[in-house]
Design a protein around this ligand. Structure first.
Ligand SMILES: Nc1ncnc2c1ncn2[C@@H]1O[C@H](COP(=O)(O)OP(=O)(O)O)[C@@H](O)[C@H]1O
Ligand SMILES: [Mg+2]
Length: 543
């Protein structure tokens, strides 16, 4: 080990608290960073650790009581290492048994601690490779460590096995990061995707905050990426090829959809009971029947069903607001949504754009109706597969991306909405969520604890930080990592899909990236077409 890498030696420690390392006299705390990845070399094991704290010490209490005034460089160097020194707290995350043969060495959870005077050193490129692997069929390059230029990969197979979250305050790069991950999933075929694109930013190219024109996922993946829109007018806009305009029928709106909108519609607390009475009488038709009622009808119904007339009138007024939305029609078949499920079966992905209908009300209503139907189809498919064990029946894992996730997953709603159900049932039916949110504290704590992997940019509010760290072990170190992020394009990765927490600089979403996920230049496209043609007809000619 070269001296340049060596930082210090372990002087004390406890399994639960981590290790205390005394820094070598020539190592300055200013050259280190909280949360960075370091390695402790024990006699038998190599421990991969995070720096969780730094402190300054003095062997002689008089130094603190009477520090030398204007200490010259000479004085400081005389004191350094003997009278004054610095210590680090480091927390082992993983270990490798070096006494085993190369091919038998596996990354293991930490089960012990090294003895006194084990050395601490900086992580090398080799260490990063050992822990974070390399890009391959299931690992996707997400960016680089803050101090080095090598790829850090996300395990997409593990990522798509559980629901996940992307957090960070506004402008930290959440939507860009979501797009990076989605591109990885599409190009490596780890899952199919349903993306609720509230702000029209996933499908087509648009200008970034840095005034650069960036490509949308439709531009990158062509017909693999189907685009649905709620807004017929914006779907007709030039240069946008939308596959279908989606309509929602009053017959498809259920009580739970309306209750989800309690806040948006400012519903009275009695709304739930009134809807119950309407459902008892009119069953699936309750919404249409209520909206069509005359004041006399309302009076009559209130009398006979024992409802409060005024609150029923208020409910009607509010639900008429929904009925008037441009994409709502009196009756709609489920065929459009079932068609989506069919597209997932063939490996296609869907982006739903909201266009002008971008009020939270539209977003929540439509996302809820579609997701409920899609999940039902998945449950049926999963049950069929359980019976037949036919690989053709195996559901393709589906990941549903929702922005502004706290609107669906707040403590008040998480028990009632389909999104709460999906997050809680893990991957039982092969459907998972990718929640994107700037206010994680608004999400129910139980749901947060179910998220397998969390990616977070800078957060400043205490309760948001706490919420992202729900259920994370070794919180002090991880918290320090979260707090020390820059405000842009730096994120912390924690959980199931990464071997240990790490801060990264997010990969750039640019031309180089487009090519990496398979976008061809004009010449390449031509060459590929020619090759496909020869492959096809060349083979036919031989027969
Ligand atoms: N990976 C990236 N590559 C290129 N630019 C990025 C990247 N991440 C963020 N940006 C820049 O930061 C801006 C804000 O990112 P965005 O994802 O819209 O933030 P958020 O969704 O968190 O509000 C973008 O418009 C873009 O200019
Ligand atoms: Mg965003």
């Amino acid at each position: 080990m070269s001296n340049r890498e060596r930082l210090g030696v372990v002087t004390s420690g406890a399994f639960n608290l981590g290790l205390t390392v005394r820094l070598d006299p020539d190592t300055s705390t200013e050259g280190l960073r909280i949360g960075s990845f370091v390695v402790v070399e024990g006699d038998r094991h190599r421990y991969f650790c995070l720096i969780s704290d730094m402190s300054l010490q003095a062997a002689d209490a008089r130094i603190a009581a009477d520090p030398p005034r204007e200490a010259s460089a000479f004085i400081r160097s005389v004191l350094a290492g003997t009278t004054t020194y610095a210590t680090l707290q480091v927390k082992p995350q993983l270990m490798l048994d070096m006494s085993k043969e190369d091919n038998e060495r596996r990354m293991e959870p930490v089960r012990n601690i090294p003895m006194h005077f084990a050395t601490l050193r900086d992580a090398t490129e080799m260490d990063f490779h050992t822990v974070f692997g390399e890009e391959d069929a299931t690992h996707f390059d997400m960016g680089t460590p803050l101090t080095m230029d090598i790829p850090i990969c996300l395990d997409l197979e593990k990522w798509t096995q559980r629901s996940n979250g992307i957090f960070g305050q506004s402008g930290t790069g959440k939507s860009f990061l979501a797009r990076l991950i989605l591109c990885g999933i599409v190009s490596k075929k780890s899952a199919v995707n349903l993306i609720f694109d509230m702000h029209d930013e996933y499908a087509f190219g648009k200008e970034s905050e840095d005034k650069i024109f960036v490509k949308g996922m439709r531009d990158l993946f062509g017909s693999q990426m189907c685009v649905y829109s709620l807004d017929a007018a914006s779907a007709r806009r030039q240069g946008r090829s939308v596959d279908a305009v989606l309509q929602v029928g009053l017959n498809q709106i259920e009580a739970q959809d309306v209750l989800l909108l309690s806040e948006e519609l400012n519903l009275n607390p009695t709304a739930s009971a009134n809807i119950g009475l309407l459902e008892d009488r009119f069953h699936a038709d309750w919404f249409t029947r209520l909206v069509e009622m005359t004041p006399d009808d309302i009076g009559e119904f209130s009398q006979s069903a024992g409802a409060n007339e005024a609150s029923l009138e208020a409910l009607q007024r509010k639900l008429k607001e929904i009925a008037r939305r441009g994409y709502v029609v009196p009756q709609a078949q489920y065929s459009q949504i079932d068609e989506m499920v069919e597209l997932f079966r063939t490996g296609r992905h869907i982006i739903l754009q909201f266009g002008q209908f971008n009020r939270p009300l539209d977003y929540m209503l439509v996302a809820n109706i579609i997701t409920r139907r899609v999940r039902d189809a998945y449950v049926k498919q999963a049950e069929r597969y359980e019976q037949t064990h036919d690989p053709a029946d195996r559901p393709r894992p589906l990941m549903i991306t929702i922005e502004e996730a706290h609107k669906f997953l707040s403590p008040a709603l998480a028990r009632q909405t389909i999104f709460g159900t999906i997050a809680r049932e893990l991957r039982k039916y092969s459907v998972t969520l990718m929640v994107v949110d700037q206010r994680p504290s608004g999400i129910d704590a139980e749901i947060m604890s179910q998220l397998g992997t969390r990616v977070s940019g800078k957060l400043t509010e205490e309760r948001d930080i706490e919420s992202v760290l729900t259920g994370v072990s070794g919180r002090a170190a991880v918290r320090a990592m979260l707090e020390s992020l820059d405000t842009k394009q730096q994120v912390l990765l924690i959980g199931h899909a990464v071997p240990m927490p790490i801060q990264i600089r997010t990969r750039k979403y640019d031309n180089e990236f487009y090519r990496a996920v398979g976008l061809l230049s004009a010449e390449e496209r031509k060459a590929k077409l020619t090759k496909d043609f020869v492959d096809l007809y060349g083979a036919a000619a031989k027969k």
